[in-house]
Write a protein of this length. Structure first.
Length: 339
């Protein structure tokens, strides 16, 4: 039974990582494709390559996640069942939001699903200590609140000196320089996506391996975990995720190449800081979307379609609750089969 569940978890984690790359490439390329800074095919291939590189670039974030998100499980089968319930619930929700063209955080969906499964485990095994409050607080609530607010404010503020610096330039020169900067920052966001989501998925694979083998320490990441995560992220990114690209690039705010480059630069810096300095799981989706809205809002004319922004924000707030409930139900349903 343990081996069978382990295989299911690894297969589910790989599928989830492919979906993650497929969805999140939209965050990196939406602005660049919208303003013509990159051709769609070039943007997708570049995003896939840099997401691959970012996943392999470092393992420090993966190790930090393993340390913070560790939890107690009743047996190897039940521990793997917790991960499987979280993966299935997050995957189902992300597929639904993709069909609706809604950008949503895969990180927060996964952590919320895991928290729900842990709550179900606590119901069945009250003696088991769990870290659900810390998981929800550090993995879902704080990043969900902080990331959009910081990204919006910083992008809005940085747009002021950026436009002032280019005030004496001709329109054609501003467009040319901004598109070049936007091409670079688009790839930087993809690199940050690998550092954040790619390494998180490598940690997920490692955690499944640790539970299955009964390893007591997680002071290193096996070489195959980041490589597998990187390949799955890159493969998924090649799909393009055009539904979400259209939402971010066309349905939330009207922006020019200068503001697009500013937003993507801020997003990339937030992702780098979260992965390499703070070791905080930040959402690529929320960082990019909020940055674009913030930079686009800093214009003399009304450019933000607030009704669509509010619709996306509603999904961001309700998604973790739904994933938590799905994880809870799935683990209760699977528990009799886990022994």
């Amino acid at each position: 039974m343990d081996t069978f569940v382990f295989v299911l978890v690894i297969a589910g984690a790989c599928g989830f990582t492919v979906l993650n790359g497929f969805r999140d490439v939209a965050n990196a390329i939406a602005g660049a494709v919208r303003t013509g800074a990159l051709q769609p095919r070039i943007a997708v291939v570049g995003a896939a390559a840099f997401a691959f590189i970012g996943t392999l670039l470092s393992t420090s974030f993966s190790l930090a996640l393993l340390d913070r998100a560790s939890f107690h499980y009743h047996s190897p089968a039940s521990g793997l069942g917790l991960l499987l319930a979280a993966i299935i619930s997050a995957t189902a929700w992300l597929l639904w939001t993709w069909l609706r063209g809604i950008p949503h955080s895969s990180t927060h969906a996964l952590f919320a699903g895991l928290a729900g499964a842990l709550l179900a485990s606590a119901l069945l095994h009250p003696e088991d200590p769990i870290g659900v409050p810390l998981l929800i607080l550090g993995g879902v609530l704080i990043p969900t609140i902080v990331t959009p607010v910081v990204a919006y404010i910083v992008s809005f503020a940085v747009t002021i000196p950026a436009t002032w610096f280019m005030r004496h330039s001709t329109s054609s020169r501003v467009t040319r320089v901004s598109r070049g900067a936007q091409a670079v920052t688009s790839l930087a966001v993809s690199l940050g996506n690998g550092l954040q989501d790619g390494q998180r998925n490598a940690a997920l694979l490692t955690f499944a391996f640790v539970i299955y083998t009964g390893t007591e320490t997680t002071d290193s990441i096996p070489w195959w975990a980041p490589l597998t995560a990187a390949l799955c992220m890159g493969l998924g990114a090649l799909g393009g995720g055009w539904r979400i690209t259209h939402t971010i690039g066309y349905r939330l705010v009207r922006f020019d190449p200068l503001r697009g480059a500013t937003a993507q630069g801020v997003s990339a810096l937030l992702l780098f800081a979260g992965a390499l300095v703070l070791h905080l799981p930040l959402s690529t989706t929320q960082a990019v979307t909020s940055s674009i809205v913030g930079a686009g809002a800093n214009q003399r004319f009304e450019s933000v379609i607030w009704a669509n922004v509010l619709r996306v924000a509603t999904y961001w707030l309700t998604g973790p609750v739904i994933c938590l409930g799905l994880g809870w139900l799935l683990y209760l349903a699977m528990h009799p089969l886990l022994g």
